[in-house]
Design a protein around this ligand. Structure first.
Ligand code: 5GP
Length: 121
């Protein structure tokens, strides 16, 4: 499967679609989900062109992988949903059709600010 340069997150990364930014560094961008499912719902994406987590872990550099992982904890703390300064959160990545992945650019959802509920339906 080829990376689709016209997916919505690629457009956000190119600045063609606006987003409500939460965090950015050399490798990572985070912004609020346009259709929040919980009180706090943000997305965390790598800036590189990776379709899903498997693609990322196979093809991204160690620096990119570390940056994304660390950014998740940093953003949770920034939003006061971490276990250090909040009540905890859920980090979730949908991978492929069975998981219901809609946007073919790797993204982690961070849900918090309230009880998140059942893990799967
Ligand atoms: P998936 O189902 O692929 O794991 O999640 C895709 C997520 O992207 C959904 O939660 C959806 O609301 C979000 N989304 C789709 N288009 C946009 C957009 O243009 N801007 C933002 N901020 N989020 C989007």
């Amino acid at each position: 499967m080829q990376y689709d340069n016209n997916n919505v997150f690629a457009k956000i990364l190119r600045g063609e679609i606006p987003c409500k930014k939460v965090y950015e560094d050399n490798h990572v961008l985070s912004f609020y989900d346009v259709n929040p499912q919980k009180k706090i719902h943000v997305l965390v994406i790598p800036k590189g062109k990776y379709i899903n987590l498997d693609d990322f872990n196979e093809n991204a550099s160690d620096e990119e992988i570390v940056a994304l992982s660390k950014a998740i904890s940093h953003i949770a703390k920034k939003l006061s949903i971490s276990i250090k300064n909040g009540e905890g959160y859920r980090a979730l990545a949908n991978i492929g059709v069975n998981a219901g992945q809609e946007v073919p650019h790797l993204h982690f959802h961070l849900f918090g600010g309230e009880k998140i509920g059942k893990m799967v339906e």
